[in-house]
Design a protein around this ligand. Structure first.
Ligand SMILES: Cc1cc2nc3c(=O)[nH]c(=O)nc-3n(C[C@H](O)[C@H](O)[C@H](O)COP(=O)(O)OP(=O)(O)OC[C@H]3O[C@@H](n4cnc5c(N)ncnc54)[C@H](O)[C@@H]3O)c2cc1C
Length: 381
């Protein structure tokens, strides 16, 4: 046991860093090669209180803010971005339950989720809806005390591994965006099944699978938030919190790639000179340092604004996630350049960092659509 979580950002990042470096990093390469789910890492994070950190004290948390959340995910992703992504998906579910679930659902799941004795995942994306959540087709029709859910979800992190799923469904096909709702669906619900894990380029430990709902009977009390309020639940929890976790993952990848490239530039000698002595290599390193710090600074300032005025959390989350995810790809790419052919080989961590970073420009929402959101917010259209 590495210790229990404290309340300050520094205490949280120190504990996470200790666990990440000592217990999660040593097996990250192996999980990447095998596409193995980070079950043990999740249990460690749960036992130490890290998974519950953004919940209030009465729900086994420490009420950590978005800046601390992003800093925590950055510590994790420097060791294993797959573990960090599984943790972010899980924490989005906790937050949504805390803020909008019925007492029965919160009583049943919150303590277990906070301590890692149960795992959560969110399911918005569908093969047919792509980037457009407004185009989902999974239906939930009321029948007595239940919703009957039919449809499918695609590419869901932790699918098949998680115990509970926050699922965006269409409860009223006539109402467009106002006809969507979020349901909590338990893994052992009859009619719920999972596809095989996707064989992805990166983030290979995250078990991305399809989910199939065939007449799944879900109690009405499993509605999260109001019926028709699904997009608000997604906006407040997935965008308003999850995007900061995603941004932190990218920043952590960038910092780790920079660290590895600096070490390599010091150690690798050609004709007696370390490659770091060359100005061209120094330029690459300088850009990596600035890009990493720019991402960290933007995340911190967006998180501060979101914590100070929660109504701005979504737009600040969008800015942080968009900027950090692109910087991480650029930084990891430069790290490979600094390391030459070595950096292109599986034995060197930067090639995994590059593959993992790339997924964050797609997941949650693609860069193109985030730019669209940002410009529309500025234009007020
Ligand atoms: C590693 C990983 C984990 C994931 N985990 C989850 C999860 O846990 N839960 C979940 O719900 N989903 C998850 N997803 C799905 C993810 O949210 C989608 O991949 C993402 O929203 C993009 O959808 P798509 O892949 O269908 O791309 P598409 O929608 O097919 O987009 C393809 C391209 O077209 C562009 N495009 C599409 N529409 C527009 C438009 N209107 N204007 C301009 N450009 C456009 C996109 O930006 C992109 O470049 C995950 C994805 C990845 C990669």
């Amino acid at each position: 046991m590495e210790g229990k979580i404290g309340c300050t950002q520094q205490e949280i990042t120190e504990l996470t860093g200790r666990i990440a470096r000592g217990r999660i990093a040593p097996t990250a390469g192996d999980r990447d090669t095998k596409g193995a789910f980070p079950r043990e890492a999740v249990e460690l994070l749960g036992a130490s209180g890290i998974l519950g950190m953004i919940l209030a004290a009465e729900h086994n948390g420490v009420g950590a803010n978005r800046a601390a959340f992003a800093a925590m995910t950055a510590e994790l992703s420097g060791a294993c971005a797959s573990t960090a992504l599984v943790a972010v998906s899980h924490m989005v579910v906790e937050k949504a339950i805390e803020s909008a679930a019925t007492v029965a659902v919160a009583d049943k799941w919150l303590a277990r989720l906070a301590t890692g004795r149960a795992l959560g995942a969110f399911a918005v994306h569908e093969a047919g809806s792509g980037s457009n959540a407004g185009a989902i087709a999974t239906k939930a029709n009321r029948e007595g005390n239940n919703y009957i859910v039919n449809g499918s979800k695609f590419f869901i992190t932790s699918a098949g591994e998680a115990d509970v799923y926050l699922v965006l469904v269409r409860t009223d096909p006539e109402k467009g965006p106002q006809g969507m709702s979020v349901l909590l669906i338990e893994k052992d619900t009859p009619g719920l099944s999972f596809g095989l894990p996707e064989d992805k380029m990166g983030l290979r430990g995250t078990s991305s699978r399809e989910m199939f709902f065939d007449n799944c009977r879900v109690p009405l009390e499993h509605l999260i938030g109001a019926e028709g309020g699904g997009l608000q639940v997604i906006g407040q929890n997935l965008v308003g919190w999850g995007f900061f976790g995603a941004a932190g993952i990218s920043a952590g990848i960038a910092r780790q790639a920079t660290r590895l490239a600096v070490d390599h530039a010091r150690e690798r000698k050609i004709a007696g000179l370390p490659i770091g002595a060359h100005q061209a290599v120094q330029t690459l390193l300088a850009d990596m340092i600035l890009q990493t710090e720019a991402a960290e600074s933007l995340i911190a300032s967006c998180a501060g604004r979101a914590d100070g005025a929660p109504a701005t959390a979504a737009i600040n989350g969008i800015k942080a996630k968009l900027f950090a995810s692109e910087r991480a790809v650029e930084v990891a790419d430069r790290a490979i350049q600094v390391m030459g052919g070595h950096g292109y080989c599986r034995d060197y961590t930067v090639e995994r960092l590059f593959r993992d970073a790339r997924g964050l420009m797609l997941h949650f929402k693609t860069s193109e659509l985030l730019r669209q959101d940002l410009a529309r917010w500025a234009l007020d259209v």
